[in-house]
Design a protein around this ligand. Sequence first.
Ligand code: ATR
Length: 292
Amino acid sequence: MKKMLITGETILTGVFGWPVKHSLSPVFQNAAFHFCNLNWVYVPFEVRPEQLKNAVESIRIFGIKGINITIPHKKEVVRYLDAADEEVRILGVANTIVNENGFLKGYTTDGTGFLHSLKEDGNFSPEKKLVFLFGAGGSAYAIAGALVKSGISGILICNRTIEKAQMLKEHLKKNFRFENAEIIPFEKRNDSKIWKNVDLIVNTTSAGMKNDDTILVKGNNLNEKVFVYDIVYNRETALILSAKQKNIRCLNGLSMLVFQGAVSFTLWTKKKAPIKEMKKALFGFIEKLQLR
Ligand code: ATR
């Protein structure tokens, strides 16, 4: 394989976050540029919250072509942009910036990345399906919106704080005229009658990121016709483990991470992203980390 060569013409992209050293995006974005023979590079930038405004200005100053935005800047960054796509305007968060000759437009890739991953990696079409959604935070809004737009028949929303689930239900009604949302109180989530017709389970909460976390779904509520999607990507959650034990189709957040990266790649380069190469780079890197 040819080595990466930085020249006077190299086009710069990257990610603003704080902290950012854990980011996996440089691994697969650089692999994608390399594979597509693009003289582009993707670098992590540690940006403290009080420096975000200056950092966004630096995108124009340095002619950086594209930037991803991660924790804790996704909300705050919107006020510094010149334009925002419809989803950013509805959700109030952006995680990707495209620089067109100094004009900065914001996008969010959560919904599209999730949907592409579900369809392409999971081979699952959400149309006319009943979804059980855990969580009512930023990711839940993006994913619920994407699922509603792709024609699901209904959504059961379950969140530890019930008021937030109620707000998400209202959001779907107001912004998508979607009426088939029902709230499931968190403590009632394992009532077996709820689960009879569920086709897709999506966990957008951070439950499952630590070993001592709450079990979201009891094994007896998981049947072989359901598809399980857990957006947590730094470990196999209890939900993913019980799906695997029962031979139930499932995906974790690594798939979404790559497909989100692919959306950013295409927004910046206007080219189709080399998904296979991106995954190969990511999984190779993770394997090396685990061997260390
Ligand atoms: P994101 O942008 O990734 O969605 P977020 O907006 O902070 O992150 O939302 C986190 C979600 O995880 C929320 O739905 C939160 O529930 P609350 O609204 O009750 O806070 C949920 N969450 C976090 N830790 C959890 C836990 N241990 N058990 C259940 N839900 C949890």
